[in-house]
Design a protein around this ligand. Sequence first.
Ligand code: MD6
Ligand code: FE
Length: 215
Amino acid sequence: MNLDLFNTPPEPWTEPLSPGALVLRQYAIAHTDSLLAGIRAIAAQAPFRRMQTPGGHTMSVAMTNCGTAGWITDCKGYRYSSTDPLSGQAWPAMPADFRSLAQAAALAAGFPGFPPDACLINRYPVGAKMALHQDRDERDLTAPIVSVSLGLPATFLWGGLQRSDKAVKVPLLHGDVVVWGGEARLVFHGIAPLKSGQHPLLGEERLNLTFRQAL
Ligand code: MD6
Ligand code: FE
């Protein structure tokens, strides 16, 4: 008889989204502590900041990066930069356990040999959102993207290859990992406004890490 109904973390399981994309439920749960410690150290060097879009809006999501390249946006456009524009210094190095988690998740999703060089870290307070977009600033669009969710639950919007395609709503919980590539690589996606709540580790926020091969 199994009396340990509540104290054992769930085993990871996978949920297909569309060809080339799947959710690895709870895949990162055992890595929570090292991810949060890593993010804290990265943010001490390269603080979270709300960037400007080329259209002149301030994003509701605060961002930082680690790795040899970091995603940035300002009045001149979206791009990758090897330095943090706030400090002029290189972004903090990508921790080895971040890279190995991303590589293992990519492999589990059928994308062997994923070498991430960029990790964008997004911080969502309650109410923050990310409009539907494509990730197309990376040089090699054959490499997948691995996305790790921590903290408050979010509603991920998963559309199609046209901006006007109807998006389905996919709940993403603390510890869930999304991997996509191949024919899904240019699918429009976004995050609905974050609902209020209290996460035991992260309080009123959500963190998301997206690992990419940018350069
Ligand atoms: C987020 N994620 O989950 C926003 N992009 O906060 C993304 O925009 C994203 O999760 C590309 C691949 C995976 C993602
Ligand atoms: Fe994206």
